[in-house]
Every structure is written in structure tokens, then in C-alpha cells.
Design a protein around this ligand. Structure first.
Ligand code: HEM
Length: 479
């Protein structure tokens, strides 16, 4: 028989009856199992992620299919056929941990590659752009998509007031309101690193790079009506779809492709290449195939692996690096900070987050430290024992930066509308109509000045976009 024990390993004598003074008497404090059970249960919930709280994850493998080693010296790309273990987590953004999956929202698309040079995280979305380009606005975005502090209701008014005051948001808003705004499940959407990152080649040259993950299941979406009906019967539709597919060995796959820009091109292209509200046209920088990601193993314990997963854009490996994108720069701080709050200073020791290669940081102690903490190893550097030295061979080429320190006004670049306009014009007539109607339903009931501001922004992108949204709102309001 398998014995029930306390957390300290001692056998539990009775798990049915608390210890009382007499058969009808009060509970005794010395029933320590009773105390331990209640105390542990009260602490079983940890803070949810401030964004992307509702999510699903799984383990898998990345396999290199094409040689890109002239662009990057990262070991995971060193040869065709090379395999690297991965963990991926998908999420909705605005909802809490118990929110329904089939909501109109962007989806998180986070990949952790357990490489032999450390963990590389691509913490992306299912959209190639974002709502704005200055990170000071991120907590405001959170506050408009989360519940209103007074009503405790989600507020379309707050949401659209904010979005429409940031004309650079139109590109992302157009994608979210389009037919792609509610993916049928996580398997049926593409992923994007979204930011510009950099590759460092074996010759120590820098290339700017964007990451694309192309769903091999194909894009499938839900209409507003389908999503409403689905949520009524299944709030966990994306979790169920992903979990069941993997259990049934119908392993989901994404092709990894990159857009590569030589370093010097950054100052020549007609758009700001580090502006997260812009894409790089594929005509200028075509997709280059790299490999395939496959998810083939569900977590044994959702909490241990999926809830405790901590991704950070700061996790890069030699050969992959950052760019001057100020949104990315801000994220380099925010994710480690969030993980230290949500999971603790030693979150990197949790198995799903731990590197699969040896790691020697000289960090020691801290809450929940397990394993070596100094101990048999020298806890300082330099030391006379030849322990853990830096690796100057991975130094990147110097990056030229210029300009005086100031709060530079990013609004001197007023090109808010050309790319959303181009996207709109690419849509078929049927998809344009869906965009109009989805927008009308989402902005329904919002105050007139805010609606008009959105119609104005859409009109700047394309007069037909503004007119279509205006007509759809009028139709919904029965005018
Ligand atoms: C989650 C901050 C922009 C994708 C989070 C979390 C924070 C955060 C604090 C919760 C992390 C945790 O508790 O583990 C920010 C800030 C941003 C920003 C400050 C901009 C300045 C973005 C962008 C993307 C993105 C542009 C995609 C391109 C994600 C994803 C997650 C996440 C996928 C969930 C990761 C997971 O599955 O654990 N973000 N974010 N975020 N963010 Fe951001």
C-alpha cells in the first residue's frame, strides 16, 4: 500500500476525522496534519501573469531544415537535421487565468529553445506588429484591456478611447478586428517574434532579423457568432484542441522562417526598421526557411510546467541578439522582473525554465534555492581555481549609436496609416465586410466622439475603410 504522509514524510494516521476533544468536541491544535493541509491549500495559488494569464503549453522539438549558418553562429542552427528540445506556451492577452479561450484578442506565442548554449526564448504574438512603439504605454494598455477599477467590468469605452488616441495602433487593431481576430485554436495561427532582433554571423557581422512561425495546420478562425456559441459550451476550446491533438499523436507543427536585413540597410529603408508598429514588406525581405517546430508531449502537470513557465526576451544565446527597438529594450527588463515577483528569484531552477546545459552564474542563495548555492563551487570570480570564466569569443561587433539623451518625440514620424491601409487593400471584399462588422460589434455602445475618432483613423488609412466601419456601426444601431 502507498502511504499518505505529511510534507515532512511522516505517515498520516487519519485523513477522514479531525482530532477533537471527545466525539462532539472542538478541534485540537495538535492535529498538525489538519493544520498543514489547510495551510498548504491556502497557498496553492500564485499570482497570475499580469498579461497573457490564460494559456496552454507543451513540449516538443525544433529541427533545422535549411542552413542559415552564414547569418548566425548560434549552435542550434549549426547543421541541417540538428534537433533542439523546445517548450511552447500560447495565451490570450486580456483575460484572467479563468477566461474563456475563444475571445477576440491577440494570442501569445512563446517558444523556449533549450540549446546547448543556454535557453533562447522568442516571446512573440500571433501578429507581426503591436499597438504602439513606446514602452511607457504598456501599463496603460494593460489597464484598458483589464477590468475598469470601479465597475469591475471590461470597458469597451476605455479600450477604444485609448486605442483611437494612438493612431499607430490602427495596424494592430485592424488585425485584431479582422477575420484572424479569433483563431479557432492555437494550432491554427501563425506566430511572430514581431520585434526586429539581430543575428551575429561566424564572421562577426550583424544582420537584423524577424522571426516567423508558419502554422502547418493552416489558418482557421471563428466568427463572432461561432465564438459566442462555442464559449457557451466550452470555455477551454484552445486548451482542449491542443491537448487532444498531442494526446492523439496529431502533432502540431510550425515552420520557422526568417527575414534578414543586412545591418547597413537599416538606415536606407523608407520605414523605421525598429518600429514595432511596422512590418518589413516580404517583397523587400523575403522569408527564408530555417526549420520546423513540432509539439509532441503534453505536460504531466499543468501547474509545474505551464503555469510556472517563465519566458523572457532577454534570454538569447550567442549568435542571436537584440536591436535598438525601444519596446524590446523595455521588455528585456520587464519579464525577468515579472518572474522574480511571480515565481521568485530562483525561477530559473524550476525544471521547465532550467537550461539543459551546465550553468554557472555565481548567483547564490535566495528564496527556494535548491541545488548548488556556492557549496562545493567557488562563489566568486576572479579566483585561483580556474572556475567559470567569461567567453570573450562571443563578443558582438560594436553597434554604432548616436544622439543626445532626451525624451525624443516619436510622433515626428507620422506614418501611422500607410501599412494598415495596405493591409486593408489586400483583404477580399468579404474579409473587408467582416472587418467592418467585427469592428462595429466591438465598438458598439462606445461614446460617439471615440467612434468618430476611430472612423477618422480608418479613413486616413483608406477612405473605404472609414466608410465601411461607419456604415456597419450605423447598421448595428438601426439607423
Ligand atoms: C507576458 C510585459 C510587449 C508577448 C508579459 C508579462 C509581462 C509583459 C510583465 C507577464 C510575464 C510573466 O508574468 O511571466 C510586456 C511589456 C511590453 C510587452 C512591458 C512592452 C513594452 C509584448 C510584445 C509581445 C509580448 C510586443 C509580443 C510580440 C508576451 C507573451 C507573454 C507576455 C507571449 C506571455 C509569456 C508566457 O507565455 O509566459 N508581458 N510585454 N509582450 N508578453 Fe509581454
Amino acid at each position: 500500500m502507498k502511504n499518505l504522509t505529511t510534507a515532512a514524510g511522516a505517515p498520516v494516521v487519519d485523513n477522514q476525522n479531525t482530532q477533537t476533544a471527545g466525539p462532539r468536541g472542538p478541534v485540537l491544535l495538535q492535529d498538525v496534519w489538519h493544520l498543514e493541509k489547510l495551510a498548504h491549500f491556502a497557498r496553492e495559488v500564485i499570482p497570475e501573469r499580469r498579461m497573457h494569464a490564460k494559456g496552454s503549453g507543451a513540449f516538443g522539438t525544433f529541427t533545422v531544415t535549411h542552413d542559415i549558418s552564414q547569418y548566425t553562429r548560434a549552435a542550434l542552427f549549426s547543421e541541417v537535421g540538428k534537433k533542439t528540445d523546445i517548450f511552447m506556451r500560447f495565451s490570450t492577452v486580456a483575460g484572467e487565468r479563468g477566461a474563456a479561450d475563444a475571445e477576440r484578442d491577440i494570442r501569445g506565442f512563446a517558444v523556449k529553445f533549450y540549446t546547448e548554449q543556454g535557453n533562447w526564448d522568442v516571446v512573440g504574438n500571433n501578429t507581426p506588429v503591436f499597438f504602439f512603439r513606446d514602452p511607457l504605454k504598456f501599463p496603460d494598455l494593460n489597464h484598458v484591456v483589464k477590468r475598469d477599477p470601479k465597475t469591475n467590468l471590461r470597458s469597451a469605452e476605455n479600450n477604444w478611447d485609448f486605442w483611437t488616441l494612438l493612431p499607430e495602433a490602427l495596424h494592430q487593431v485592424t488585425i485584431v478586428m479582422s477575420d484572424r481576430g479569433i483563431p479557432k485554436g492555437y494550432r491554427h495561427m501563425h506566430g511572430f517574434g514581431s520585434h526586429t532582433y539581430s543575428f551575429i554571423s561566424p564572421a562577426n557581422e550583424r544582420f537584423w532579423v524577424k522571426f516567423h512561425f508558419v502554422s502547418q495546420q493552416g489558418i482557421e478562425n471563428l466568427s463572432d457568432a461561432e465564438a459566442t456559441a462555442l464559449v457557451g459550451v466550452d470555455r477551454e476550446s484552445s486548451q482542449r484542441d491542443l491537448y487532444d491533438a498531442i494526446e492523439n499523436k496529431d502533432f502540431p507543427r510550425w515552420k520557422l522562417a526568417v527575414q534578414i536585413m543586412p545591418e547597413a540597410d537599416a538606415s536606407k529603408v523608407p520605414y523605421h526598421p525598429f518600429d514595432l508598429t511596422k512590418v518589413w514588406p516580404h517583397g523587400d525581405y523575403p522569408l527564408i526557411d530555417v526549420g520546423v517546430l513540432e509539439l509532441n508531449r503534453n505536460a504531466e502537470n499543468y501547474f509545474a510546467d505551464v503555469e510556472q513557465a517563465a519566458f523572457s526576451p532577454a534570454n538569447v544565446v550567442p549568435g542571436v541578439s537584440f536591436s535598438p527597438d525601444k519596446m524590446l529594450q523595455s521588455r528585456l527588463f520587464s519579464y525577468g522582473d515579472a518572474a522574480r515577483y511571480r515565481l521568485g528569484v530562483n525561477h530559473h531552477q524550476i525544471p521547465v525554465n532550467a537550461p539543459k546545459c551546465p550553468f554557472h552564474s555565481y548567483h547564490r542563495d535566495g528564496a527556494m534555492r535548491i541545488g548548488a548555492s556556492g557549496g562545493e563551487h567557488t562563489p566568486y570570480e576572479p579566483n585561483s581555481r580556474g572556475e567559470w570564466q567569461e567567453s570573450p569569443q562571443f563578443k558582438e561587433p560594436p553597434l554604432s549609436l548616436e544622439g543626445a539623451a532626451d525624451h525624443w518625440n516619436h510622433r515626428v514620424d507620422t506614418d501611422y496609416y500607410s501599412q494598415p491601409g495596405n493591409l486593408f487593400r489586400l483583404l477580399t471584399a468579404e474579409k473587408k465586410q467582416l472587418l467592418f462588422e467585427n469592428t462595429a460589434r466591438a465598438i458598439y455602445g462606445v461614446s460617439k466622439p471615440v467612434q468618430e475618432r476611430h472612423i477618422y483613423n480608418c479613413t486616413q488609412a483608406d477612405p473605404a475603410y472609414g466608410a465601411g466601419v461607419a456604415a456597419a456601426i450605423a447598421a448595428l444601431e438601426g439607423k
